[in-house]
Each structure stands twice: as C-alpha cells, then as structure tokens.
Design a protein. Sequence first.
Length: 458
Amino acid sequence: MKKILLVDDERNVHYSFQRALGEAFRIISAFSGEEALQRLATDTPHLVLLDVKLPGLGGLETLQRIKAVDRELPVILLTAYGTTETAITSMKLGAYDYLLKPVDIVTLKALITKALHLRDLVGHVDVASDPEPAQEPSLLGRSSAMQDLYKMIGRVAPTDMTVLLSGESGTGKELVARAIHKHSLRAEGPWVPLNCAAIPEPLLESELFGHEKGAFTGASGSKPGCFGEATGGTLFLDEVGELPLPVQAKLLRALQEKEIRRLGGREPVPIDVRIIAATNKNLEAAIAGGEFREDLYYRLNVIHLHLPPLRAHREDIPLLAQYFLTRYCRELDRPLGGFAQETLDRLLAHSWPGNVRELENTIKQALLTCRGYLITPLDLRLEGRLPDAGTSDPPRDPLEEGLEQLLLTHTGEAYRRVEDRLIRKALQLTKHNQVQAAHLLGITRNILRHRMKQAGLL
C-alpha cells in the first residue's frame, strides 16, 4: 500500500483525510514541519501532503528541506490562501502542485494518482516495502484560471527562456512579466520595459538597440539602448505586435546571434538579456496579413502564457474590487467602506471589456463620488449607466414622483412609512450591521435601535 505523509497542524484535517484516503493509502501523520522531517528520517512515504501555514517551521521551508532529502518525492501543498507569492515560490521550490482549502477530495485523489504515476515513470526505486504579502491587483484571485497562471509563472520564472504573453488590454501582462522577472535568476539585474507602440518609428531603433555619438543629427553622445540597459536582467517588450517590419528583422537577428549593432556602430555588441514580450493582437493573423514575421514569432513564442479576460474568472471580481477599495481608501485617507450587495451584483454582471484596469478605474471613480459609507449602484459609472445625451426634456426625478404618490395615498402615515422603508433598506444594504446602517442614514446607532424597536425590527 502506498504511503502518504500528511503534514498539517489541525487534527480535524487528519481525521477527514484519513476517512477519505485511508482505504487506498496508508496515512502517516505529522503535525509540524519538524515532525515531518523526523518522519522522513525513519519512513519512506511515496507522496507528501503539506500545509503551507504551520507553526514553527513554515510549509515552504519544510518543502525546501524535504526536497533536499529526496528531490523526486512529490509534494502537494495545501493552502487556504492562494496568493501569487505562495504559488510561484512553491513551484520554484519543486512542489508538484498545490490545492486550495477546503480541498475537493475528488480533485485531490486524481492529483495524487497522477503524481504517483509520474513518480513511477521517472524510475524512482522504493527501497522499503510498503503569501500575505502584498499582491499586484491583476495577479489577485482564487479562481482556477488565476491559480493555473500562478503555477505557470512559478515554473517559467527560473528558466532563461523567452516568454510571449498574450491577452486583452487590461489583463495585467506587464504585472505577469514583472512577476517572472522577480522570481527569475535575473531578479537582481535590471528590469527594462519598453512600450513598442509608444515610440515613434524613427526613434524606435535607437531606443531599442542604442546609437553611437554622431549617428544622426542631435546624437551628441552614445546611448546603450534598452538592450544595453537590460544587461544581466530582463527586457520587456510590450505591444510587440506593433513593431515595424524593419525593426522586427533587427530584433530577430539579435535573438538569433545574441548580439546587436548600434546605430552608427561598426562592431557588434554581445547581449545578455532575457526577453519577455507581450501583445494584445492575434500574431498568427498578423503573420497571415504580412504584418508580423513568422520567424520572429517562433523566436518569441518559446513559452506562451495567455492571460484570461476578467469575464472568464468573474468569481475574482469581489476580491479585486475590495482590494482596489482598500487601496484607494488608504491613498485618499478615507475611512474603509464596503459595497452594497446590489453593487456587487452589478459588478459581477458587467462584461468588463477593459478587464482589471477598467475595474480598478471604476472603483476609484466610485469612491471619489460616493458620499456614504457603502458604494451603491448609483456610484458606479459602467457602460449603459448614463442616460443618452440630447434628450429635450430631462426625466422627472423618480424619488420626487414616489414621495408625491406616497403623500397622496398614505396621508398621515407617509413619514412613518418612509422612515421604516429607509431603515429596512439600510439594514439590507449593510447585511444588518447596525453601525454601518446608522452611518448610511446619518444617525447614531442608539437612535437607529430606538427606531428599529418602534418599527418592530428588534
């Protein structure tokens, strides 16, 4: 029977996993990283299930020490916090995979089977019988799409291969490129970004490859260019699909020969950079249209990462929205607020053509216009939110119409009915948080409780 070493400080986790896996595997329990290493010294498990958050020796450090003992032993991390940092670091340290808590047992069993099969394939001989670090916003998410992206970043970063990032505008391609650089062997070297679409064509070659003194009118001194500045580090070519064909040819030569020739220079200059390119264009279609070189495409597309649009992982929208709200409340020195449920519903229903960047701008604008504690749907400026321009007669205020109708149909009771409705709505929007509801209504909590009693709500 195959043996699994389960490392978790919670006894209920051991109980649950014993029930779920005990018939197929022998479960060896350890409640700390230190105990796990002791178990490894006396036993030979076929696989390790390792919690990231452990008292004493942390999960990632335990992973590192396990790999020092047995590099081929598959380790699956378990974490309640699917952060970018944890995912990337765990992959770098050699984790087979990681799963978010609460763990889906069917998924876990499939992953264990796959890991053990792979271990058998690589010929391992069994000698015995039987973060929250602060995150970049576009890389924040617990969805499977984002978790898969984190894993790929962790696997790609330690290599020195060229990477091509694709995805719609606003999906965070530069943030992914920065994460790859940060976790690469070149992390201590320079990070040099260049937006290929932002540089006029006559200046692009000089900006990219550099020039010598006197190479053209106004060249009063030599310039190393982005390739020179990125020596020992990473050169990020954003919007690479916008490069003119002549510059594409020179970039191809640089990638092939590992050297460049500066404008006005006679001798080739060797280069030592890692290239990460990004595009929101369909480069294969651009190749078919004669706008992009096919040979350059294959040079750039050694490793391809596609960033999903926000509409493909809507479950991350509330998390991202709260991140941006917290961030800008701090920047603007505003008290930390929240979102009404109707607001979250609107955010989840929106198509987000501008992706995470559009969401960020929407939350920032809503915070600037919001006058209360909670951001309501009226504070959002989403597509289709504003009335069409050019109408001759502005529509009548629906609040005014409603009050007029209430006064005419409930004479003598209108004030009480309005007050009751306001209190109920404030409680609904704040999920019955009396402090927040009182803030919305502009009254104290004691007054709110008194009026709730009058309305029969307490």
